[in-house]
Design a protein around this ligand. Sequence first.
Ligand code: UDP
Ligand code: MG
Length: 312
Amino acid sequence: MKTLSVIIPCYNEESVIETTYRRVKTVMDSLHPVSTQMIFINDGSTDKTAAILSHIAEKDRSVKVINFSRNFGHQAAVTAGIHHCSTDFAVIIDADLQDPPELIPDLLAKQEAENANVVYCVRKKRVGESKFKLWTAKKFYRALNKMSEVDFPLDTGDFRLIDARIITQFKQFKERGKYIRGLISWVGFKQTPFYYEREARVAGETKYPLRKMVSFATKALFYFSKKPLLMATGLGFTTVVIGIFMALWYFLGKIFGYTNAESGFTSIMIIVIVFGGIQLLTIGVLGQYIGILFDEVKERPEYIVKDSINLA
Ligand code: UDP
Ligand code: MG
């Protein structure tokens, strides 16, 4: 008999969690003879999410709950879910029902038909999200693809089915800053797309304000690309070349008398500002990588589990 886990990260989702449980449960009951479980990761919610989840888990033993000691973030929550999962398959899904759980049987069917290790869900359409979010997401993923060493599928979130091979590989990853969709692409094996329409959030509001979106995007970029360093080098190189030509120009100008260098206040100001800016920028890029090294060498755990329910 096949076994399946559904991994659901939740952060302050009291308004949807009960509905989510019921909808996923209905789908799972229809999946006979697949043996299923749900893993809810409560990422340090400050509302009634924890209480609702423990109430559900009391009545339904197939519901596992992992409570974090505080909010560690979406990616840490999904990571914990995968770490605590040893089934043949796992589906990662958001708690807000933007990714319809009713698609899980289709994902399993697609997996079987193509003998895939990963079935990743590609959004054809996204309902109920701001123009700004859609536009930035679109531009960002395309830029990231150009910069990174791996080719990431576009318009794809963490909603996907992964098999035991991927789960095992994922558990080996030591890096703490996890960009999960990137890592799973990086693993390889057979990965197949599945097209769907992303719905609007059922209730509650986004837990990804602009600040978190930016830090998520930064992580993706700096963990998966060394191009920013190359670009910094390129920028430095270009300015040196410009500098040499300018020096030559003024030097020859002095000899042949075609410049009057003393009157060059504006040009000096421009040069000082531009070069100062380039230096700060490139130091900033270096700093990003040093910051990542700093975080990674500390080897702190990615999350801390306060307690769990129904987990062996
Ligand atoms: N989430 C989480 N920890 C966080 C932020 C979000 O576990 O710090 C969960 C959240 O409960 C949801 C999923 O991650 O299940 C995606 O978050 P959200 O729907 O707010 O993001 P959006 O769909 O707006 O990008
Ligand atoms: Mg959402």
